[in-house]
Design a protein around this ligand. Structure first.
Ligand SMILES: Nc1ncnc2c1ncn2[C@@H]1O[C@H](COP(=O)(O)OP(=O)(O)OP(=O)(O)O)[C@@H](O)[C@H]1O
Ligand SMILES: [Mg+2]
Length: 187
């Protein structure tokens, strides 16, 4: 099956998850994440501002602030399909861009270089246990992670785990996947 078909299937599966089941899974994923040494060691993290049906990241952002971490969130640059991360210190620094997506308002936040991020929490629609990822199809994360020296952890529910995915030469795998059932070490 090609990426496009799997994307449609995965979007449907994720949209159909029961609200309470989803809430519980999100709680378990974040609890497991907060126990990981990669999370605890990271001073500066990159994390998306989630929108449905992505795993909710707002509580993770709050927790990171409480732990004194520097929280960086991405802005998509559609022209070049690049991600730019900015330091977020308040939700009021976000603005609604397209598709109901919240992004940092560049006038209110400062740009951060990729080299300064210790950990990136990578969103996606599906992952294999080898860490290969199906995203939303823009290639944004593949471009950003191409020469990223830090650690990458995918946030996933068991519904995100796929037996197989078409892998292309530019697809960059994540180091670990955290789900409600535990952590998968992809290396
Ligand atoms: N490093 C790269 N340099 C140039 N083009 C790239 C690179 N990585 C991906 N692309 C382009 O991006 C397109 C989309 O890639 P892919 O289908 O893997 O998206 P995705 O990983 O699901 O998306 P996203 O990361 O935005 O969630 C590909 O057709 C490819 O041409
Ligand atoms: Mg890809």
């Amino acid at each position: 099956m090609n990426k496009k078909k799997i994307r449609i299937e995965q979007l449907e599966t994720l949209h159909n998850l029961d609200y309470l089941v989803r809430e519980q899974k999100e709680y378990l994923v974040s609890r497991k994440l907060f126990q990981m040494s990669e999370w605890n060691k990271a001073d500066t993290i990159g994390i998306t501002v989630s929108k449905q049906p992505e795993i909710h990241t707002w509580e993770m952002i709050k927790r990171a602030w409480e732990e004194g971490k520097t929280v960086c969130v991405p802005k998509c640059i559609p022209k070049t399909k690049e991600l730019h991360f900015y330091v977020l210190t308040s939700f009021t620094q976000l603005e609604k861009v397209y598709y109901d997506l919240y992004e940092p308002n560049p006038d209110k936040v400062s740009f951060i270089d990729k080299k300064k991020l210790d950990l990136i929490l990578v969103p996606g629609l599906g992952f294999t246990k080898e860490g290969f990822r199906l995203g939303f199809g823009g290639g944004y994360y593949d471009r950003y992670l191409e020469n990223f020296p830090g650690c990458t952890i995918a946030l996933a529910f068991s519904e995100h785990l796929l037996k197989e995915l078409p892998v292309e030469p530019f697809d960059v795998p994540v180091n670990k996947i955290v789900t409600e059932d535990g952590v998968i070490n992809c290396e």
